[in-house]
Design a protein around this ligand. Structure first.
Ligand code: TRP
Length: 344
């Protein structure tokens, strides 16, 4: 059985882009893979400029949103990365043999670094920490979106390098499990959905606010009049139907779009109905948790205890493999010179 780990940044409010790209997939997976581990990666969230008070709010908000979206702590472990400092410890060990050039070639690093005057070293090390997140739990399957494929490649390289350097078969090589939902564009139909671009729908937005955003959302740009046949394959609203509507409705949408039987407003109304049906219970659970915030803390505390038990065990073994285990008196008798260095 696959050992599953995934993480999500405590960015602002969870929106339907990261809900569909990651979280909905996690909620689905927890039934087939009880025992999966999911993490709010707050150490990753501090590589840029940020306000500590805002970070606190976002860490709490992300944990609460994940629970509201249906992550079930009775099935999976949900925890806050910074509650398990072994993540940073393993990350340091990995940095000691990760080639700098490989980190500099990471697309996400290049993109982010291009926008910074002064590049924090942590930004470069970001994927090493990510490799540590995954390998600390010796996970072999990582549910992520397509944008994480390169980071996963680095995690596999890291596992392979560690195993080769110390001549062990210790870490598995983790594979991505891509979400069935293709990349969801923002409502502008142009760029990836992202809070900073203002093209998102928040997971907890009210029904009328959702409609206020769907109504002007970009569809097939070549469909000008209602009588023009549409092309679902280029329409972002159709992609959203595929994510939110039942298969029979998706088929109906597609047929009515191509035949111009429906106008884009008809299609958007149907989508609004499907979104409201899926998001209403999530919003209700979020309100419950907001009223009983101690429940979120309980889940995180319990999750951290479980995660830490695994993390400690891995670090005990890693420390032994790399020669950083607790010294015993027998160390006094070891040859300090002339011993061949470990391969690699
Ligand atoms: N880099 C991931 C993202 O931005 C978040 C992440 C950090 C992650 N550590 C991880 C994802 C470990 C999967 C596994 O989405």
């Amino acid at each position: 059985m696959a050992r599953i780990f995934s993480g999500i940044q405590p960015s602002g409010e969870l929106h339907i882009g990261n809900y569909l790209g990651a979280v909905k997939n996690w909620v689905r997976l927890q039934h087939e893979h009880p025992g999966a581990t999911f993490c709010v990666v707050d150490y990753h969230a501090i590589t840029g400029r940020y306000d500590p008070q805002v970070l606190r709010a976002r860490r709490w908000g992300m944990a609460a949103s994940l629970l509201a979206a249906g992550i079930d702590p009775a099935r999976v472990t949900l925890f806050m990365q910074s509650d398990v400092p072994e993540h940073t410890e393993l990350s340091w060990i990995f940095t000691t043999f990760t080639p700098l050039g490989e980190l500099e070639r990471q697309v996400q690093f290049k993109d982010k670094a291009a926008r910074e005057e002064s590049i924090p070293a942590g930004l470069l090390m970001y994927p090493v920490l990510q490799a540590a997140d995954i390998l600390l739990y010796r996970a072999d399957a990582v549910p992520v979106g397509e944008d994480q494929v390169q980071h996963l490649e680095l995690a596999r390289d890291t596992a392979r390098r560690f195993n080769a350097k110390f001549a062990v078969a210790y870490f598995p090589e983790p594979q991505p499990m891509l979400s069935p939902t293709r990349r969801i564009l923002g409502l502008d139909g142009q760029a990836k959905m992202s809070k900073s671009l203002g093209n998102t729908v928040g997971l907890l937005e009210a029904d009328d606010a959702i409609w206020g955003k769907l109504r002007p959302a970009v569809t097939d740009p070549q469909r000008v009049r209602k009588s023009d046949p549409g092309r679902p394959e280029v329409c972002n609203v159709y992609q959203l139907h595929r994510a939110f509507s039942a298969p029979a409705v998706v088929a109906e949408v597609e047929a009515n779009c191509r035949s111009a039987g429906w106008g884009c407003m008809d299609c958007k109304k149907a989508l609004h109905g499907a979104m409201v049906a899926e998001l209403t219970p999530i919003r209700a659970r979020a309100a419950e948790l907001q009223a009983a915030p101690g429940r979120v803390l309980e889940v995180l505390e319990d999750g951290a205890a479980r995660a830490r038990a695994v993390a400690r065990q891995t670090m005990r073994e890693v420390r032994e493999i790399v020669g950083l285990d607790p010294l015993t008196v027998s160390a006094a008798a070891l040859p300090a010179e002339g011993a061949p260095p470990a391969a690699g």
